[in-house]
Write a protein that binds this ligand. Sequence first.
Ligand code: GRG
Length: 297
Amino acid sequence: MSFNRLLDTKVKEIEVILENHLPTDMSFQKTVGEAMNYSVRAGGKRIRPMLMQEIFIANGGKSKALESFMTAIECIHTYSLVHDDLPAMDDDDYRRGVLTTHKKYGEAMGVLAGDALLNYAFELVAGAFGLVPESEYIKVVKAFEILSRKAGVFGMIGGQVCDVEAEKAQVVLDKDQILYIHEHKTAALIQASMMIGGVLAGCDDAYIDKLERAAYDIGIAFQIQDDVLDITSTFEELGKPIGSDEKNNKQTYVSIYGLDHAKSEVERLSDEAIFLLGVSEDDFLCQLILYLIDRNK
Ligand code: GRG
């Protein structure tokens, strides 16, 4: 099967898993439930649950906790997009090709749907203890710790704080500062995805460290490519307006180092990740990494 068909099949399978885990049976709070499900169902590449699943499978994983964590990471990622689109942050009207959550449900419901998705992610992983035998609790605890750390103040939220402050202050960022923001805002959730896939499959600490390093490279390359696409892509392909970095006076790797250097850095980082993971070009994981950094949406 071609890579594109396989990718399509895997995305559809992941969407079934997400659908089976989304909140149902809402009562008086059903509007927020609808807003949560609207945001998740709006689509997206599903790369975080996919990377988690691929690492898990490649390492012979069997745990029944996997699907809870796959849904949890997509809920956390989706909440971050919902909040990032709010008027207090980037104030965007479109995401994933449809109206942003606050544009569709109002600002208060946008805030609450994001909050609820974040909390729901942890409800799911807490529930995973009920799905595995006691001998597997240690894996679930480790995965829980990684998820909470990489999504929190020492991970994605920390990166977003620096990004927001840098944008407001309009100071010129140096390479270390840009990389710090990319590492925390973007790479942290990709690291969590790959590390959790490894932890649930029972990989040892040395291999989890290697996954963390490879995911750092993939995350930075992914973010640089995102900045490239903000200049070179179209609304139709991206599902949101292009040029938003310039509109928000956001400094990016591309605005500081130029398109050519940014593109060669994406290539260098992805080569390094593929080397660290030891995957060959026939492996789906290798092709997935190349697709992520060479994507047009
Ligand atoms: C609000 C706490 C908080 C954090 C927001 C994730 C984020 C931090 C902001 C969103 C904007 C942005 C450029 C984030 C960097 C990560 C990134 C490239 C997100 C887009 O991820 P994709 O391309 O999106 O995987 P889809 O829609 O395909 O799931």
